[in-house]
Design a protein around this ligand. Structure first.
Ligand SMILES: CSC[C@@H](O)[C@@H](O)C(=O)COP(=O)(O)O
Ligand SMILES: [Zn+2]
Length: 209
């Protein structure tokens, strides 16, 4: 099981690296290995996530501490992944910094949310009704990670979802690694769309849905 999960997460990491979503060692990824007690694989802190090595991940427990002795340090943002697995049945959680998610988080940061409606791709979030609205919350980038994780946890409401951290990045989760990746890609599509739209229709910034 551990090996299977390791390879699954390594493959996701390679795909996101191909998109250049790990600039400057940013980003972290996790995949659950077992419940009761919780154990999951998380990226080792500070690594170049574009490289595939056998020190890319380490196993951590329900507190985000290494589950077995290791010289590797868990991601600085491991506590956010802990909150996801504590509150949901998600299997995989992904965090990336992109220019688009940072700019969107700043443009809509004061509102605390960015909304999308009438966009085909919101079906990736399991929203199938014609007038469905997708709301992605935006939280403050607290430097104190336990505080960040606490505020982040208030926006975890299901086995899949997405939360923006202002001028920092996005964290998504899903019932499978495939679903988490789908939500991440769909989010980045929407962010790019929204920023392009604002270039052509600046008044869209004030559209209330
Ligand atoms: C250099 S990126 C800033 C980091 O503090 C963090 O936000 C991040 O995403 C990567 O941290 P990491 O500890 O490698 O998981
Ligand atoms: Zn980060």
């Amino acid at each position: 099981m551990l090996n299977e999960r390791w390879n699954e997460l390594a493959d996701v990491k390679d795909e996101l690296a191909e998109r250049d979503w790990f600039m400057g060692t940013s980003g972290n990824l996790a995949i659950k290995v077992q419940d009761d007690p919780l154990q999951f694989l998380v990226t080792a802190s500070g690594k170049d996530k574009r490289k595939r090595t056998d020190e890319d991940f380490l196993l951590v427990d329900q507190y985000g501490h290494p589950a077995v002795p290791t010289h590797l340090k868990p991601s600085a943002e491991t506590l956010l992944h802990v909150e996801i697995y504590r509150k949901t049945n998600a299997l995989c959680s992904l965090h990336v910094h992109t220019i688009d998610n940072n700019v969107v988080s700043e443009v809509y940061g004061d509102a605390g949310v960015v909304t999308f409606q009438g966009q085909e791709i919101i079906k990736a979030f399991d929203k199938w009704e014609e007038d469905a609205i997708l709301r992605i919350p935006i939280i403050k980038n607290h430097a104190h990670i336990p505080t960040l994780a606490k505020e982040f946890a208030e926006h975890i409401h299901g086995d899949s979802g997405a939360v923006l951290i202002r001028n920092h990045g996005i964290t998504v989760w899903g019932r499978t690694a495939f679903e988490a990746k789908k939500i991440l890609e769909a989010s980045e599509f929407l962010f790019r769309y929204q920023l392009r739209l604002l270039e052509h229709k600046p008044f869209q910034l004030f559209k209330v849905v």
